[in-house]
Design a protein around this ligand. Sequence first.
Ligand SMILES: Nc1ncnc2c1ncn2[C@@H]1O[C@H](COP(=O)(O)OP(=O)(O)OP(=O)(O)O)[C@@H](O)[C@H]1O
Ligand SMILES: [Mg+2]
Length: 388
Amino acid sequence: MEQLVTSNLKLGIIAGGQLGKMLIQEASKWNLITYVLDQDENCPANSLATHFVKGSNTDFASVYQFGKMVDLLTFELENVNIEALKQLKAEGLNIVPDPDILELIQDKGRQKEFFLKHGIPTAPFATCTNLDEIHQKIASDAIAFPFVQKLRTGGYDGRGVAVIQHEDDLYKLLDGASLIENKISILKEIAVIAARNQNSEVKCYPAVEMVFDPAANLVDKLICPSTITAEQSEKAIHLASKLIDLLNMQGLLAIEFFVDENGDVIVNEMAPRPHNSGHHTIEGAITSQFEQHLRAIFNLPLGSTKLKLPSAMINLLGAEGYEGPVAYEGLTESMAIEGVKIHLYGKQITRPFRKMGHITVLSTSVESALQKAEKVKQLIKVKSWDKQ
Ligand SMILES: Nc1ncnc2c1ncn2[C@@H]1O[C@H](COP(=O)(O)OP(=O)(O)OP(=O)(O)O)[C@@H](O)[C@H]1O
Ligand SMILES: [Mg+2]
């Protein structure tokens, strides 16, 4: 008998951000019963979840009690109370991916040690317990400029990362247990999402490339397929498959890579969940990353990761200078452009650079998708009613 649809199987998702919302959009196609834990009643996933539970993802009691309500538990962010997950696992709850894998990935230092142990190419690094130790290691030349400091835990979206080019940048150092990495001369940044089920079936999506805007000095678009060579692509996919096998994990593993100035592909970091770099798969691939996550965690056959069409993706970020109830401009004009797919996450309050939605543009080539995405970027503004 099919367990998935005919039973009352309850899927618990820790946190109800946009990734949780998009996961539920797929889950509803299979008529799954979804439970979401989030401390914010206005979180993106609340309007879609079958049951919303208010509580913090970092609080032992909230996570533990939530786990007791469901049959299968997953998460859409790394910052989850691990002790609660371990307790639930010990009491027999099926948690996917496994809490031990999440615990390893929560700590950027342990991630790097894992790469080193298994011969996975990555930037050379050292670990430091506090600021004093970093200063001492600089004084004794154990750490050389330029370097990148990363807090071992708690960082996301670049917060928790300091790029130190020379002595004058030392004021940027962050306080806390840190990873110190050699600064890599990055040619390209790419990402690969791998999926694996309990039967050890593995499938990877084609690499996605972050497109750097030199004028704005930031990554503002993602393209798929990427412009890397076939060998670089094979290398990245090989490393992604190897990592997900080494972790013996079930679910999605998103791996970020650098292609350095010599053309070498090296691993930056990984995340055991659906990922921002896979949004284009919703419309651009035969199986979306969210459906793939469900297939992997329910131990179903993995879906095809082939692309339907080339695509470009932009995040809709809150405009600078606006904070308050969100108001969008330019959506209608953007929709008139062929291949433009708009996703609004339903966050009511905008702040500068907050991820409010994303847009995927499908086209016959990455170049034309990029041109259309640039047009959309000019048209759409994420502002606030409070301040026009
Ligand atoms: N060793 C390095 N050398 C050069 N640049 C680096 C290095 N490590 C990180 N960076 C730059 O800093 C960015 C953020 O680093 P990283 O991905 O490790 O942090 P993060 O906070 O997890 O970011 P996100 O959540 O956006 O993925 C990278 O995308 C890259 O541009
Ligand atoms: Mg990163």
